[in-house]
Design a protein around this ligand. Structure first.
Ligand code: FES
Length: 174
């Protein structure tokens, strides 16, 4: 039986070397796809810049010194605390305790065991205490300060929240 030599020959234009190159390339791609997926899984996600809204919170005349108000920031359903300190300055913090996320209080209802102290922010869950001026931990189990919201006050006395100046991440976010 006579073999037709042209049946074993690659089509014109495809040399054995090119066919081999193609096979190697295909193999590399097949191996590379799972490797890339594995790297995505192993490497931490790339940090993306989070932007926060500029939000009108109150006017300076709305809160007496030593008082506070609760507002939503950065979204309506996340409580934040704006405090008019007794020295006349304003500060604002995320209002979820950095320990286990309970709502903190400044001048809220007097709670059992909590003396309403104008220098302190109190967490009723496990008696966490934060300095009202700095949000640093003064007592209790929290290990880090409350996230501090950046405030801007314009010439008309409008107080705006505009991002965070320290203390991130927010409780419940990483
Ligand atoms: S949740 Fe605030 S002290 Fe534990």
């Amino acid at each position: 039986m006579q073999h037709n030599k042209s049946e074993n020959k690659p089509p014109p234009g495809i040399t054995r070397r090119n066919a081999l190159k193609g096979a190697v390339l295909f193999g590399a791609v097949v191996l590379l796809i799972p490797a890339v997926r594995l790297m995505d899984f192993l490497l931490p996600p790339k940090a993306t810049a989070v932007t926060y809204p500029r939000l009108l919170v109150a006017k300076t005349g709305d809160i007496a010194p030593g008082k506070s108000l609760v507002f939503g920031y950065p979204t309506q359903d996340r409580a934040a605390l704006l405090i008019h300190l007794s020295d006349g300055s304003f500060v604002a913090y995320d209002a979820l305790c950095t320990h286990l996320g309970c709502s903190v209080h400044f001048d809220g209802d007097p709670l059992k065991g909590w003396e309403n102290n104008p220098e302190e922010i109190f967490c009723p869950c496990h008696s966490g205490v934060f300095d009202a001026k700095t949000a640093n931990v003064l007592a209790g189990p929290p290990t880090r300060p409350l996230p501090k919201i950046k405030l801007e006050i314009d010439t008309q006395g409008n107080i705006y929240a505009n991002g965070y100046e320290s203390g991130l991440p927010l409780y419940g976010e990483s």
